[in-house]
Design a protein around this ligand. Structure first.
Ligand SMILES: [Zn+2]
Length: 129
């Protein structure tokens, strides 16, 4: 009997450990994402976990956003002021890169903190009209 109890206890521990690892890995896999918005319209959502280049071309404007090592930055843009290229790398929640001339916004979405973001969005919008 005693031996069985030990085995059972060990089994539960092992299951708990596996569950913990699975949850942990799933969380990491979801990770942070960036969302690119052009003129208020969502252009796309991209994982910060994957190194990639996103090219945004609209009419005669061009922005190239690069994701590397978990950070995103404006690698190249043909806007007149070039501020967006100077805004550096973003990798954390609520960080943004804004290209005003192109009405383009790159923002970090924290998948694990979406509930908080929704709470903010539910607040009355006093800015629009
Ligand atoms: Zn710009």
């Amino acid at each position: 009997m005693k031996k069985n109890d030990v085995v059972l206890g060990g089994g539960i521990l092992a299951i708990a450990l596996v569950l913990f690892l699975v949850m942990h890995l799933t969380r990491n896999e979801a990770g942070n994402q960036i969302q690119i918005t052009v003129d208020g319209v969502v252009y796309g959502t991209y994982s910060l976990e994957k190194n990639q280049v996103i090219e945004v071309k609209e009419d005669d404007f061009y922005n190239r956003i690069r994701i590397q090592d978990g950070s995103a930055y404006m690698e190249e843009a043909n806007c007149p002021d070039g501020y967006c290229e100077e805004q550096g790398k973003i990798n954390g929640r609520t960080q943004t890169i804004v290209c005003l001339p192109h009405k383009l916004v790159v923002e970090v979405l924290d998948v694990n903190g979406l509930e908080d973001d929704n709470a903010v969005e539910d607040m009355p919008d006093t800015i629009s009209k």
